[in-house]
Design a binder for this molecule. Structure first.
Ligand SMILES: [Zn+2]
Length: 222
């Protein structure tokens, strides 16, 4: 544990920049680059990452971005309208990976456009927008960015149980960002096994993170 109180007394490098891996942005000792599993998708992926997720050791969005091409990762909570417009610019069609929730209109949010089934015939013309944050944070991102609200949404069809056992905040039916995105890609591209290698690598990442963490208390549910 670091405390700030003693910093002034240290002669040099009071706040030493721990050597950081330039790719995964983690300390070298916990670098996750060995779990990068290069995959090319037909659908382009745009990950909008909540700022509080950037240094979450358990976060999977950066691993997803490093593994997947074409993909982009942009950090922010409320984006400038012009920036978002640029990120969502054509020719690809944008789909938001997010369920339609009751009560959105009563919050003043725009209704999502229906997803045109014809779009699903051309996955190479699609861009999947993924919000990386806890449930509450991703909901706030949606609320703060009107341009996202009206995008057609992709509800995930039945997905396998999460491999993600390291994050207590996750509900049993909540997937990591990496898993949710990979299953959405498999659904959109109708390629059930295309990303199995990525999920296998993710298992290695999960095991590495678990080794850094104290054991979870026993679960009483299921
Ligand atoms: Zn690394």
């Amino acid at each position: 544990m670091h405390t700030r109180s003693g910093d002034a007394a240290r002669p040099i490098a009071a706040q030493p920049a721990r050597s950081q891996c330039p790719h995964c942005l983690r300390p070298q000792r916990s670098c996750i680059c060995q779990w990068i599993s290069p995959h090319t998708s037909q659908v382009e992926v745009l990950i909008l990452q909540h700022p509080l997720e950037v240094h979450q050791a358990k976060g999977s969005a950066r691993l997803l971005h490093l593994s997947l091409s074409p993909s982009q990762l942009v950090v922010g909570e409320q984006f400038e309208a012009a920036q978002l417009e640029q990120l969502l610019a054509g020719p690809r069609r944008n789909i938001l990976l997010y369920p339609e929730m009751p009560g959105e209109q009563s919050l003043g949010m725009a209704s999502a456009q229906p997803l045109d089934p014809a779009w699903l015939q051309e996955p190479q013309q699609l861009r999947l927008i993924v919000l990386d944050g806890t449930w509450r944070k991703s909901r706030k991102m949606l609320y703060l960015n009107p341009a996202l609200q009206s995008l057609p949404r992709l509800p995930l069809k039945a997905t396998p149980p999460s491999h993600y056992l390291i994050r207590k905040a996750h509900l049993p039916d909540q997937l990591s960002t990496l898993e949710a995105t990979v299953y959405a890609l498999a659904q959109l591209e109708q390629a059930a096994q295309r990303y199995d290698g990525l999920i296998a690598s993710f298992d290695g990442f999960v095991a590495q993170q678990a080794a850094f963490m104290p054991p979870l208390p026993p679960r009483s549910d299921n």
